[in-house]
Design a protein around this ligand. Structure first.
Ligand code: ATP
Ligand code: MG
Ligand code: MG
Ligand code: MG
Length: 576
């Protein structure tokens, strides 16, 4: 590629609205151009990086056995009404109407559409497992779009969805994607950490965020350098809080005491590890009564939100658990916490179950929790025990560096991170709601076990820059640089030798498949070097009359402090 044919547009100053370094540098390097709040043109230089990121993701997804398709950006509301998300999702979901006044949404993600495909196409256990993915434009009407492409409103995501016959097989699909994500982020050349995250309304321990380490990251991650423990801070704080309140001996009692029972009591009663009962108010399920066996009951641990599920109250079925708690109404919760209660995590559930009570256990669960939704980010959990008027803020258990790790294998460290990927076991949440069933060997219909796996393609650009830059500009990892090598001839218009050598080197490298750019714009050396240091091309070769007389060029890696001399004859071998 010749610079004169390409489009290069660099700026000396970043626009005032750019707060973080990646946003500033992407604007200055001409990678993106703002069109509206959180909406950007991907300019030629930036698009080259996006394409390289996509290629790596695509290669590893294909290698992992996922199958690419492409689902529409504009999706009929009917599917989203089937799962209830059309109404339940907040203003982040962009809803539009067509000329017939029919409702549509611009996809923020594609569970509904992919589940619709699956229920039509995957009918037999013989067709499972299957994993469909696409790399597609998303829209989320973020409350605070900022940091350029890191929190845009329109952005590109790779989202994959797995379909399995049972929980065990779904676990293998999850592990498979987890491994593929490690390969992807390794190949992208980023320093990252996979951390356990809240499983929201699904349960189990299968949710991990892939966080790129960067001081400017919006997320905090907690890990133990001497063990495997790594979690996002919401989860870590909840776990720490429980650990800080170890189960007292008397909590092992098998019968909850009216008005006195604590979460620990309930956990002990149900035989659930405490770590799994974190973050929640407890409601029982129909299954409790049906099974008649508390120890085997799967319990939703949640914070009820809205009236929606509350209509299904069958409080009378809750006698077994109810005895221990004072129930609070939603109105009380609203008054107490100053907001509508929100769904939180369930934990340890094999499959979703219906909520059967409209009451939450206020006394055992004075809480502040982390729900993974905008405007519902509480951190920490206060399982206030016999606290007459709990001080919610004071009772948040802040995790600080040096705290003991919950696994007892060392002390905790804290880093900031940027969430670039998320793998998530969904269970039958969508397949049950949309009746996506397959027939097993015995001809019995069963809902498919699902997982979803996202990567923020465009966010990766910002994250990579936050991690790799200096005061002169971007330092792209080789794998995703817009160009791997730039040839900078000095005085190309004056010197035939320089022109011939530069042209030949350009052609040779191109023939070898090296992504090389020849800067034939005739800029002065200072301006030329400044541009490529800003753009972040990893390898630069400078050709001049003086050097060529001795058969030499100057080579400088983007991270090198100084240029070094290299024989012209060795350049190709050095760079290929
Ligand atoms: P965040 O916590 O940053 O809002 P999320 O948890 O809402 O992200 P997911 O629903 O897990 O995001 O989506 C999968 C991936 O899509 C994220 O891991 C992230 O890399 C990317 N992503 C999400 N929101 C945005 C956005 N507004 N702009 C760019 N990328 C995004
Ligand atoms: Mg979000
Ligand atoms: Mg998140
Ligand atoms: Mg996420």
């Amino acid at each position: 590629m010749k610079a004169s044919q390409f489009f290069i547009s660099t700026l000396k100053e970043a626009p005032a609205d750019a707060e973080v370094v990646s946003h500033k540098l992407m604007m200055r390097a001409g990678m993106i151009k703002r069109l509206g709040a959180g909406i950007y043109n991907y300019m030629p230089m930036g698009l080259r990086v996006i394409r390289k990121v996509e290629t790596i993701i695509r290669e590893e997804m294909n290698r992992a056995g996922a199958v690419e398709l492409l689902m529409p950006v504009v999706q009929p509301a009917e599917l989203w009404q089937e799962t209830g998300r059309f109404d339940k999702m907040g203003p982040e979901l962009l809803r539009v109407k067509d000329r017939h006044d029919r409702d549509f949404i611009i996809q923020p993600t594609s569970e509904e559409v992919v589940t619709d495909i699956a229920r039509q196409e995957l009918r037999s256990y013989k067709q499972l497992p299957k994993n469909f993915y696409h790399i597609q434009t998303k829209f989320r009407d973020e409350r605070r779009p900022r940091f350029g492409v890191m929190r845009g409103r329109e952005f590109t995501m790779k989202d994959a969805y797995s379909f399995d016959r049972d929980v065990e097989s779904a676990g293998r699909s999850y592990e498979n994607m987890y491994a593929a994500y490690c390969k992807i982020f390794d190949r992208l050349g980023l320093e990252y950490r996979a951390v356990a995250a809240d499983t929201g309304a699904i349960g189990g321990d299968r949710s991990h965020e892939f966080q790129v380490i960067a001081d400017t990251g919006e997320d905090a991650i907690v890990y133990c350098p001497t063990s495997d423990f790594a979690a996002n801070i919401e989860l870590a704080e909840a776990v720490a809080l429980l650990a800080a309140r170890a189960v007292p001996a008397q909590a092992q009692a098998k019968t909850p005491t009216p008005g006195k029972s604590t979460c620990e009591d309930v956990a002990a009663l149900l035989g659930l590890p405490l770590a799994q009962t974190v973050k929640s108010l407890v409601l029982a399920t129909d299954e409790l009564n049906e099974a008649g066996d508390v120890a085997k009951t799967q319990v939703w641990l949640l914070l009820v939100r809205g009236d929606h599920e509350l209509n299904e109250v069958k409080a009378g079925k809750l006698e077994g658990l109810k005895a221990g708690f004072r129930f609070a109404t939603v109105a009380e919760i609203e008054e107490h916490f100053g907001c509508k209660p929100g769904y939180l995590g369930p934990i340890g559930l094999k499959k979703p179950v219906k909520i059967v009570a409209d009451r939450t256990v206020a006394q055992m669960a004075d809480f502040v929790c982390g729900a993974n939704e905008a405007d519902f980010h509480y951190t920490g959990v206060n399982w206030g025990r016999d606290l007459p008027e709990p001080d919610l803020v004071a009772d948040i258990r802040n995790v600080v560096a040096g705290d003991p790790s919950p696994d007892g294998k060392g002390v905790l460290a804290i880093q900031r991170g940027i969430e670039v990927g998320h793998v998530f076991y969904l269970g039958t949440k969508y397949s049950a709601a949309m009746n996506a069933v397959f027939l097993d060997e015995t001809g019995k219909p069963k809902p498919m076990e699902m997982g979803c796996y996202g990567i923020g393609v465009t966010r990766i650009l910002g994250a990579a820059i936050e991690q790799n830059h200096d005061d002169r500009g971007i330092i792209w990892p080789d794998a995703i640089a817009p160009f791997t090598v730039v040839i900078c001839p000095i005085g190309m218009d004056r010197s035939d030798e320089v022109k011939a050598a530069a042209t030949q080197l350009h052609e040779e490298l191109q023939a070898l498949g090296v992504d090389v750019l020849l800067d034939d714009r005739g800029e002065r050396p200072g301006a030329m070097f400044a541009d490529w240091e800003l753009v972040g091309v990893p390898h630069r070769v400078v050709l001049s009359d003086r050097g060529l007389k001795e058969g030499q060029v100057e080579y400088q890696g983007r991270r090198d402090a100084e240029a070094s001399k290299l024989a012209l004859a060795d350049v190709v071998a050095h760079l290929k």
